[in-house]
Write a protein that binds this ligand. Structure first.
Ligand code: HEC
Ligand code: HEC
Length: 279
């Protein structure tokens, strides 16, 4: 219960006002392209007026790594994924490139995902990729948060960098969205906390040595200095649930997919920053 004690102590006593450290003025330009790191919150958010990219909350050194693709360690994995894209695998004898001329054909996709497909199901990018692997290539599924998958979704996401997040939440998406919202506000685990307790009630405050962000996913997959690899959205959700001593939902399962839709909709208006760099 060491963590709980620290939350009360650190968030309670040492809370530093957001504006004091976050550098609201700092701007993120990547390869000459200006990103939207703060903007008016989408209308569906009742408790927040302005939304911020996770980049805003990071230390100067970490911020700098995301500003230049040459310095951004995520590109080691993106480069690998470019090779994977042309690699023939499976019984059909095809590579991604056999059917998709280049990764650039996926421009725009990341900014509107997850989405409802023609069968009325919520679908995510890893599922689209694995669908092609199993049904069109005769190849094995990739593990949700494995290196191959994280690399490919990083490469696909990069094609939408700088585009505005615009995830649909109405119509057929509304029931999954409601479910995701419910999960976001439900307290779980031994620490009895919800996502909102940290990422809505306490963003801008310090927790242990970490500066709490709004828990946005517009930069995913993200390179973390902590584990020196690309981290997926569901992988991150899992980590946060473990930190509050809750049993995490399954990566790729209905709960995390619904939560992904809801969290993505909380960043409508920010720009896609894939691949971002975090601590
Ligand atoms: C045998 C042909 C074939 C191969 C090989 C293939 N795909 Fe596909 N893929 C398709 C078709 C057909 C679709 C559905 C139509 C479309 O969106 O292009 C699709 C759709 C997709 C989509 C969704 C695109 C969108 O805008 O909705 C993604 C992402 C994708 N494929 C990624 C991959 C990746 C990554 C690989 C390699 C691991 C791969 N595909 C291999 C044929 C293929
Ligand atoms: C006890 C506080 C706490 C709770 C509860 C919590 N998180 Fe986090 N989360 C953190 C910390 C600390 C970080 C790392 C610093 C940051 O980006 O906020 C983080 C990071 C994240 C990030 C990465 C943000 C980025 O910009 O890279 C996402 C996404 C996220 N959390 C989602 C969630 C979701 C979804 C839940 C609920 C299932 C949740 N978190 C619950 C503390 C928490």
């Amino acid at each position: 219960m060491k963590f709980k004690k620290l939350i009360t102590v650190v968030v309670g006593a040492l809370a530093i006002p957001f504006a004091a450290i976050a550098g609201e003025d700092s701007q993120l330009t990547v390869e000459g392209q200006l990103m939207v790191t703060s903007v008016a919150a989408p209308a569906h958010m009742e408790n927040v007026d302005e939304i911020f990219s996770g980049w805003v909350f990071r230390k100067d050194e970490t911020q700098a790594l995301q500003m230049d693709d040459f310095d951004n360690p995520a590109f080691i994995f993106i480069d690998k994924a470019i090779d994977t894209f042309s690699k023939v695998e499976g019984t059909v004898g095809k590579a991604c490139v056999s059917c998709h001329e280049s990764p650039e054909v996926f421009k725009g996709l990341r900014a509107s995902m997850p989405r409802i497909n023609s069968s009325g199901e919520l679908e995510t990018i890893p599922e689209l990729v694995n669908g092609c692997r199993t049904e069109r290539m005769g190849a094995e599924k990739w593990k949700w948060s494995g290196g191959d998958m994280a690399g490919i979704i990083g490469l696909i996401g990069l094609q939408s960098r700088g585009m505005t997040v615009n995830v649909a939440i109405d119509g057929a998406a509304s029931s999954a969205w409601d479910k995701g919202k419910d999960l976001y506000y439900t307290r779980v685990g031994q620490l009895n906390m919800s996502c909102a307790n940290c990422h809505e009630d306490n963003y801008g405050n310090m927790i242990r040595a970490d500066h709490l962000s709004m828990g946005q996913i517009n930069g995913f997959p993200t390179y973390r200095l902590k584990n020196a690899k690309l981290n997926t959205i569901h992988g991150r959700f899992k980590g946060c649930m473990k930190n509050i001593r809750a049993t995490p939902y399954k990566e790729g399962g209905d709960e995390f997919k619904a939560l992904e839709l809801y969290v993505a909709s909380r960043s409508n208006g920010l720009t896609i920053e894939t691949p971002s760099v975090r601590n």
